[in-house]
Design a protein around this ligand. Structure first.
Ligand SMILES: [Zn+2]
Ligand SMILES: [Zn+2]
Length: 584
């Protein structure tokens, strides 16, 4: 049961832990400042995040940029006053009276179990209900900045009050903070929602529904090229590619357990011929039915069933975000059914395939984690042991570094998660390789063993890119919209300088098209510079300018989107250059 990847980073090293404590402490100092400026403000929660921190407040009006400046000024004063952060344990009654004026804190206290130890942290006159940990002293907050404000529902629930969330960040040095702020600025320029519109790749419409993507022709090219490549490489790795429907009967989801464990993420059923059908949140049961539609001998295993399978999952409207968090998405999904002795090599091959596939997009910096058996689990202990060992061995033989998330596996099997780092150094969860000891039992999957008896196969779920929507979102930001030639929706634009060059431009166009390139002619009666500018904004890799000289010599003047002027080239030289560019 592959989950849609999340992007939180549980930083485990010392620097990450220091940042975590410092950011959380900065959030306290910020809440202190907010309460001094807005004594009526109600505090909700203020955790550290992967890149900074936030705090949610209920206030009578949204915070303005001027408010942020004032809050920041008071924070600087507090920091210079060198208040220690002091921890104290309190009883439930003490906590209820300390926060009697803070309804969100009261709600949090009420939601905690009786056995939980309640603690507060103080600095100066400010007190927060808090588990910590914190840094020692406000003065240890070295460099921070408040970034922006956004509305956020209490508990992420649109039926609860809309709060005002202030985002900020803090670092152990001013230069790290400056780097981070530069990166944020760069990230804003690369926002896939803005580039998606500018490059005419996709849109999302209220009329269709939030979180549902329509791909425009240019986005369609990127997706087709990516899918073609995906299919090729999967066939090479011995996968069988299948297709399955978007809906399935309730009985299927009862057997799989989805209706028991996953219904909150599923859409209400539709009724057909008095039978209930559910939109699929996962592809697994369909691939299992393919496996089950035949008797399998041990000689036929492993069986690797792959699908670009579109699934639908409910996500709160408040968390939907462009292509990154959607309600309908296509997983590059596969399920491997294999013998115990094949487990390690199968995992190994998934890893090889993963790195081969991701490197095609220029990703080569990974962070990998191995999640092991949690306290509550299903399946046989020996199988867990064998599967976990195999995951570790497959990573070790490749000399890959990884963190172990002890007890972090799903109840049905251990897994490997792989995050990629993009051009801005941001981590994105993509790949998951997940064992499953649950579904083979539920669907009673077997194979005929060498002795003629029945045995249970091992089953592995895996997705490499994760979801195509999200992965293309990551690619848009990674490339800043300047896709490599093989993925570029339009690979070259021919720009006639004057109307009398249009015929020649059309000739070049059709010759390049016959060569297999995606080419357009910009025959608008605009100035050449404007057409070049337009092509640059569209991030078109090749601009081919044709005027009198080119017409006479049978050449084109070639400019790259990078600004490089390649001078005039014969068509044969140009296509050779472009062919090389395709594979580089
Ligand atoms: Zn706290
Ligand atoms: Zn699956």
């Amino acid at each position: 049961m592959l989950d849609h990847g999340s992007v939180d980073d549980h930083g485990s090293n010392a620097v990450e832990q220091l940042r975590h404590r410092m950011r959380h402490s900065t959030a306290h100092v910020m809440a202190d400042a907010v309460l001094r400026l807005f004594p009526e403000a109600k505090m909700a929660i203020g955790p550290p995040t992967q890149d900074g921190f936030y705090y949610d407040f209920e206030v009578s009006r949204p915070f303005t940029p001027e408010d942020l400046a004032s809050i920041q000024r008071i924070m600087l004063e507090t920091i210079s006053e060198t208040h220690p952060f002091l921890r104290e344990e309190v009883t439930r009654e003490e906590a209820l009276s300390l926060f009697s004026n803070q309804p969100y804190k009261l709600e949090i206290i009420d939601s905690l179990s009786d056995t939980e130890t309640l603690s507060i942290y103080k600095h100066g006159n400010f007190i927060d209900l808090c588990q910590g940990p914190h840094i020692e002293n406000t003065q240890d907050i070295t460099a921070f900045k408040l970034l922006n404000v956004a509305g956020a529902y209490w508990r992420g629930d649109e039926k609860r009050p809309m709060l005002q969330r202030i985002y900020g960040t803090a670092f152990e040095s001013q230069s790290y903070l400056d780097d981070h702020l530069n990166k944020l600025e760069e990230a804003e320029k690369r926002d896939h929602r803005i580039l998606g519109r500018q490059l005419d790749l996709f849109t999302i419409h209220e009329e269709i529904g939030p979180g549902l993507i329509v791909w425009h022709p240019k986005g369609g090219v990127i997706r087709t090229k990516l899918e073609d490549y995906w299919r090729d490489i999967h066939y090479k790795h011995g996968y069988k590619i299948v297709y399955s429907p978007h809906i399935g009967r309730s009985q299927l989801w009862e057997t799989s357990g989805h209706l028991d464990f996953y219904q909150d993420s599923m859409y209400a059923p539709v009724e057909v011929d008095e039978q209930q059908y559910y939109l699929k949140p996962m592809n697994c049961p369909f691939h299992i039915m393919i496996y089950r539609s035949d008797l399998h001998s041990y000689r036929e295993l492993p069986l690797r069933i792959a699908e670009l399978g579109t699934v639908y999952r409910y996500e709160r409207s408040g968390v939907l975000h462009g292509l990154m968090r959607v309600r309908g998405f296509t997983q590059d999904d596969a399920h491997i059914f294999c013998l115990p002795e094949q487990v390690e090599s199968e995992v190994g091959d998934v890893l090889s395939l993963t790195f081969e596939l991701l490197e095609a997009f220029g990703f080569n910096d990974y962070s990998i984690s191995l999640s092991t058996r949690p306290e509550k689990y299903v399946g046989d202990l020996d199988m867990w042991e064998h599967a976990t060992q195999s995951l570790g061995n497959a990573l070790d033989t490749r000399d890959l570094e990884y963190d172990i998330d002890a007890g972090g596996g799903a109840f049905y099997g251990p897994k490997i998660d792989i995050k990629i780092r993009d051009a801005l150094g941001r981590a994105w969860q993509c790949t998951t390789v997940q064992f499953d000891f649950n579904l083979p039992e539920r669907f009673d999957l077997t194979f005929q063993n060498a002795e003629g008896g029945r045995s249970r196969p091992y089953m592995v779920h895996r997705a490499i890119l994760g979801s195509l929507e999200r992965f293309i979102g990551v690619l848009i930001e990674h490339y800043a919209g300047a896709f490599p030639l093989w993925l570029s929706p339009v690979q070259a634009v021919v720009i006639p300088i004057a109307d009398r060059h249009i015929d020649y431009a059309e000739q070049i166009h059709s010759q390049l098209e016959q060569h297999g390139f995606r080419v357009e002619v910009d025959s608008r009666s605009e100035r050449m510079n404007l057409k070049i500018r337009h092509a640059q904004l569209q991030k078109i890799p090749y601009m081919l300018i044709v005027g009198d000289k080119e017409l006479e010599q049978g050449t084109t003047s070639v400019r790259l989107r990078s600004g490089t002027d390649m001078g005039s080239m014969l068509l044969a030289d140009l296509t050779r250059h472009m062919d090389e560019d395709l594979t580089s």
